[in-house]
Design a protein around this ligand. Structure first.
Ligand SMILES: NC(=O)c1ccc[n+]([C@@H]2O[C@H](COP(=O)([O-])OP(=O)(O)OC[C@H]3O[C@@H](n4cnc5c(N)ncnc54)[C@H](O)[C@@H]3O)[C@@H](O)[C@H]2O)c1
Length: 338
């Protein structure tokens, strides 16, 4: 009987995390590691002795037992590797971003649908208990109407050599934002600069406006004295802070706000009262997002259903990043997300 195996392609910085989880979930007969850099293969073989070695990607493609391919190579290579895998009848999970080009993302979606194969993008935060809890809080209307969202993802490094900080870090925030708010911002405007290496943007400030009136802002940078991974959501009833660096209280809901009271004494006049109440921090499940993400992919492959972070989820992030890049090339000109 044919086996049911997986391959993890690209064992640089991020790939070993995927490999570890693919091995840990114990859903595959064999797990292959593939990298054209032999030292990466050797290093990972020592760490994960059960990993089978594939030096050449063609060996993965030709191996009919391999039904799932996890692509963890640099973003510019995602399209070619994924297209080949789909052409060889394999289900594909691609690390974020799905691709760097909109047409390429659309092409992968078309191809996966034509062949009835699963295509999923590794938007890890969409599997995070904190992000899912925030979604639950927003949907329950505990915060009231959402006014605005501020997202900050800054630290010193790690500078990528191949893509800007927008592609590297803002992909996370766009994916979180699109998961939280069931609406895509209409207009986007971004400014950025390349301070350390010419041509490689290392800081960006991105502003968005939604048709519903919500406004959002994403700040990303590889240049900061402090690591900040924070989202602030301000609603008409309550406010929420999500600090991903806080292991005990990642989410805090503040009963803070401002109430507008009509002054009965004078026509048309109003008074503002500021409300400062309790702070509440919900308990979160202790699951590793990456593990949940890979289990979900396997479940979709084995039992059917569309991945939460399917090709379309990947495509909307690719479109948003392209719009932010375009705006920042035009010094902040407003761009519409197509
Ligand atoms: N989800 C997350 O939080 C997260 C974090 C970091 C990186 N990533 C993503 O993971 C991907 C990889 O990033 P990284 O930082 O690990 O990059 P990296 O450069 O450290 O590693 C990439 C590896 O891929 C190998 N490779 C490249 N092309 C190949 C090919 N055609 N065949 C076989 N091997 C090949 C390289 O030899 C290298 O070892 C990127 O898409 C990145 O955006 C995701």
């Amino acid at each position: 009987m044919a086996g049911f195996s997986a391959a993890v392609v690209g064992l640089g910085y991020w790939g070993p995390n995927i490999l570890r989880n693919v091995i840990e979930i114990d859903g595959f007969d064999s797990v292959y590691g593939c990298d054209f850099n032999e030292s990466m293969l050797e290093k990972n073989k020592k760490k994960f002795p059960s990993m089978k070695i594939a030096k050449d990607y063609d060996d993965i493609l030709k191996n009919k037992e391999i039904e799932c391919v996890f692509i963890c190579t640099p973003p510019a290579t995602h399209y070619e590797l994924a297209k080949k895998a789909l052409d060889h009848n394999k289900n594909v999970m691609i690390e974020k971003p799905l691709t760097v080009d909109i047409q390429e993302a659309e092409d992968l979606i078309r191809l996966s649908e034509k062949r009835s194969l699963k295509l999923m993008v590794g938007h890890t935060f969409e599997f995070s208990p904190a992000v899912n809890k925030i979604k639950e809080i927003i949907d329950s209307r505990l915060l009231g109407d959402i006014y605005f969202i501020l997202m900050t993802r800054i630290n010193l490094g790690i500078h990528r050599r191949d893509v800007s900080v927008i592609w590297d870090l803002a992909t996370h925030d766009f994916s979180i934002l699109f998961r939280l708010i069931d609406e895509i911002p209409e207009r986007i405007s971004a400014v950025s600069n390349s301070f350390v290496k010419k041509g490689l943007k290392d800081v960006a400030f991105i502003n968005m406006k939604y048709r519903s009136g919500i406004i959002a802002n994403i700040n990303v940078s590889w240049l900061s004295p402090k690591k900040v991974r924070e989202t602030i959501i301000v609603g008409s009833k309550k406010m929420l802070v999500y600090d991903d660096t806080d292991n005990d209280e990642k989410i805090k809901v503040f009963d803070k706000g401002v109430d507008v009271l009509k002054d009965p004494g004078s026509f048309g006049e109003y008074q503002l009262t500021y409300r400062t109440g309790d702070i509440y921090s919900p308990v979160l499940e202790a699951t590793e997002p990456l593990n949940a993400e890979i289990r979900h992919f396997l479940d979709c492959v084995k039992n059917g259903g569309s991945p939460i972070t399917d090709g379309y989820s990947g495509l909307r992030v690719v479109k948003a990043v392209n719009a932010a890049e375009e705006s920042s090339e035009k010094d902040g000109e407003v761009v519409t997300i197509k």
